[in-house]
Structure formats: structure tokens, C-alpha cells
Design a protein around this ligand. Structure first.
Ligand SMILES: [Zn+2]
Length: 434
């Protein structure tokens, strides 16, 4: 007997009436009407079964610290950076671990089962690195946490940052980070990209830089990042996060830049909630949106994903670990409203993000680990529209979270009950808990 059989599911690629069979923590069959005995059978009733959400850009060392030591009154990036500076000396390992574990619980409840988190290495104690390595081990049974050694105060600008970064990698941090636009000069930024990419070539690591997170169209470190990736043969291992300066760049320049990114195999992560909040702050009106050129990058074949970046920290007081909220904001900011573009926004928080993290065995296909989420929606667009309830979250064939279906029972005199309008959505719900 097998462990779990999900029947009558819709998949993100548009297939419907699909059964998924799980044995030994792995998916063993995905096809219409599987005839098999299983210890547990769940009728999905036509609802969407998706591979888990993946957040390709997060800061877990700062999350849930909102209000410590005080709130960000102006809500600006600059006050946020100042606040983080005030908070850093007060951090303890225990507090970082406690907050990170709490966030991972939220994440799992939202079907978010893989997170790439940057961790600040500009602290000789490497307190946050130790704390998050502990968290990574602790959550491994239910969440993939990938860590990036991130010199928040600049690789060259902050004393001994390269030594701390190298030590963090030796301790077990996975990915090489950086922040070229925050170095003292454009030249230092260029130099930091060279150093970090050479380190990646020597050590076989992935690279993910906070890159050009500014409205300055002359911030062109993404060009250097692509060129170094090409020179050192790092194709497929390098990601540029934010890339907000591309929003403001000259169109002719971008017409050369995007093909270079393609040629170099560099991927891109936009952080819609944060980009729309933080960019354009020096503008009066019209105000720029600041998010990078998502549809143009996607059309050219660049892998583009959306990250959450912040949840209740010195920079951003909102957020809940809901990658459908992230997808929705990305869709709106980039005006990606065609059917295909809306579906692409769903891919940006699932399959594209998984590719950037180099996740093994991701996706609903035989042989892969049985990780998936049953949503109270029939397709990816409806999932984004409703921020659909995560009816079931499954990791390695085991149910790790479930949420009761959202229902409405309002009835006004002389009108049909609201619940009647929702009956199609609600249909999948009643037995959905399995
Ligand atoms: Zn970030």
C-alpha cells in the first residue's frame, strides 16, 4: 500500500482531473485516475495542487523585529538602515533564532517551503550567521533554508568584510552575497563584483548580489556582474537581486544589457513589495515605480523570480510570508495583466524561484520529493486573486499544515446569499481537508 493519494487535482500547467500518488515520501505517479490503494486518500475536488512556494530573497536575521528598539516612524529606507544599525548591537542569538523559527512556522502555514535568506556578515562575532545555521538545521525536515553571506555595510567599505564573508562560507553558509551599489564609489562597486565572482569561481559557489537597488540610471553593476559571469563561466549560478536602476535606465542601453544578461546566464529577482515602497522616494510627481523590467527580462528568456525581502523588520512593517501577495504586487506594478503574464507571476514565486535556488527534485512529477500545496482556487490566476487559502501543505508526503477553507455565509434580505456566488470555489473545499 502507498502512503497518500490525491485525486481530481488541477495543476498549474492547466491539466485538470489529475491524481497524484505518493510512496516513501516521493511522488510515484501523476496521471488521470490512478487505481491504487493508499493509507490516506484526499479528494482535491478540482482545486489547484501546486509545488510549494519558494522565496528567493529574504532577510531572516531581521524578520519580526519590528518595533525594536523603536519603530521606523518615517517608513523610509534611510531610517530603516539607521534602525538596523541601532538594533545590531542589541541582537542575541536566542532572539534571532526565536524570531526566525516563528517566521518559518508562518511560512510553512502559507505553503512556503524554501527560502533563500541573506545573512549580515558585517559583524566580527558572526552572531546572526551562527543563529541562522542553527535554524537551517532545525527546520530542515520541513523547510529548505538557503543562506547568503551578505556584507550589508559593503565588502570594501566595511572593515574586514571579506574575511568575515569567507569565514561565514567556511561555517556552512551556501551562497556568496554582495552590495556593489553601496560601496563608496562606482569603481569600488565594480571591484567588489570582480572579487566576489572570482571567489565563486574558485569555490564553486552560487552568487546572489543586492545589485543596483537605486533609482540612479548610472548604477550599472548588473553589466559588470553579467560580464564577470561570462568571463569566469559562472552561467546559471549568478543572480542579480533588485536591479531597480534598470527601471530608470536609457532604453538603448537596456537593449544591449538584457541580451548580455541572457548570454551570461544571469537570473533576476525583483522584490515588488519593497521596490514599490522604497524606490522613487526622491521623486515628486510623476513618481517612478522602481521595479526592474520584469516582462522584458522574461520575454528575453532571463529567469525572473519575485522575493518577499522583508517581513516586519526595520525596513518594512508589513508582510506575512504570503508569496501570493508578493505575486499580486508584482503583477500590478509591472502591469502584467494578460492571461499568460498573470500565470508568469505565479511561476515567479514557484518554479522560477526554485530554479534560481538550484532546488533538487522540485515540482509535481514522478521521482520528486512529495512537496505540494492544495489551494482553495482552481488555477494560478484565481490563486493570486484570492490569495487562496492553503487547504493542505505537504512535505515529503506528510501533511505539515492545514487551514480551514474560507467560506462566506452572508445573506441579505431578498438577495441570494453571497455564498451562492462562491459556490464553485467553495465546492472544492468541503472535503478538501482530507
Ligand atoms: Zn534584500
Amino acid at each position: 500500500m502507498t502512503d497518500l493519494l490525491i485525486t481530481d487535482a488541477a495543476l498549474p500547467d492547466g491539466r485538470t482531473g489529475i491524481d497524484v500518488l505518493v510512496a516513501g515520501g516521493r511522488i510515484v505517479n501523476v496521471s488521470p485516475r490512478i487505481d491504487a490503494q493508499a493509507a490516506q486518500v484526499i479528494d482535491a475536488q478540482g482545486m489547484l495542487l501546486t509545488p510549494p512556494f519558494v522565496d528567493p530573497h529574504f532577510h531572516m536575521d531581521a524578520t519580526l523585529s519590528y518595533g525594536l528598539p523603536r519603530v521606523n516612524r518615517s517608513g523610509t529606507l534611510l531610517e530603516g538602515i539607521a534602525l538596523w544599525g541601532e538594533l545590531k548591537p542589541l541582537l542575541t542569538q536566542e532572539a534571532i533564532i526565536e524570531r526566525a523559527l516563528a517566521y518559518c512556522d508562518w511560512a510553512v502555514g502559507k505553503g512556503l517551503l524554501a527560502i533563500r535568506s541573506h545573512v549580515d556578515v558585517c559583524d566580527p562575532r558572526l552572531l546572526a550567521v551562527e543563529a541562522l545555521l542553527h535554524v537551517k538545521e532545525k527546520v530542515a525536515p520541513y523547510l529548505d533554508l538557503q543562506l547568503v553571506a551578505f556584507p550589508q555595510d559593503g565588502l570594501l567599505r566595511s572593515k574586514d568584510a571579506l574575511a568575515h564573508l569567507t569565514r561565514a562560507l567556511a561555517m556552512g553558509v551556501d551562497v556568496i552575497g554582495g552590495i556593489p551599489h553601496f560601496e563608496r564609489t562606482m569603481h569600488d562597486g565594480t571591484e567588489s563584483v570582480r572579487i566576489l565572482c572570482e571567489l565563486a569561481a574558485e569555490t564553486g559557489r552560487l552568487v546572489d548580489l543586492h545589485c543596483d537597488e537605486t533609482d540612479d540610471p548610472h548604477s550599472r553593476h548588473i553589466e559588470t556582474l553579467a560580464m564577470q559571469s561570462l568571463r569566469l563561466g559562472l552561467g546559471g549560478r549568478v543572480n542579480g537581486s533588485h536591479l531597480t536602476s534598470m527601471h530608470s535606465m536609457d532604453n538603448y542601453y537596456v537593449s544591449k544589457l538584457i541580451p548580455l544578461m541572457c548570454e551570461a546566464g544571469v537570473s533576476a529577482v525583483a522584490n515588488p513589495l519593497i521596490n514599490i515602497t522604497i524606490q522613487g522616494r526622491h521623486d515628486t510627481y510623476p513618481k517612478r515605480r522602481g521595479m526592474t523590467r520584469v516582462p522584458e527580462l522574461m520575454a528575453a528568456g532571463v529567469t525572473v523570480a519575485f522575493g518577499h525581502d522583508c517581513v516586519m523588520d526595520p525596513w518594512y512593517s508589513l508582510g506575512s510570508g504570503d508569496m501570493l501577495e508578493v505575486a499580486s504586487m508584482g503583477l500590478h506594478v509591472a502591469q502584467m495583466t494578460s492571461q499568460a503574464a498573470m500565470r508568469a507571476c505565479f511561476d515567479a514565486v514557484t518554479v522560477n524561484a526554485a530554479r534560481i535556488l538550484h532546488l533538487d527534485g522540485y515540482g509535481i512529477a514522478p521521482g520528486n520529493r512529495a512537496d505540494f500545496v492544495l489551494l482553495q482556487a482552481r488555477d494560478p490566476v484565481e490563486a493570486i486573486r484570492l490569495r487562496a487559502t492553503r487547504l493542505l501543505v505537504v512535505r515529503g508526503g506528510k501533511i505539515v499544515a492545514r487551514t480551514p477553507a474560507a467560506t462566506a455565509a452572508l445573506s441579505l434580505a431578498g438577495r441570494p446569499a453571497l455564498v451562492d456566488y462562491l459556490s464553485t470555489s467553495a465546492k472544492g473545499v468541503r472535503g478538501g481537508g482530507g
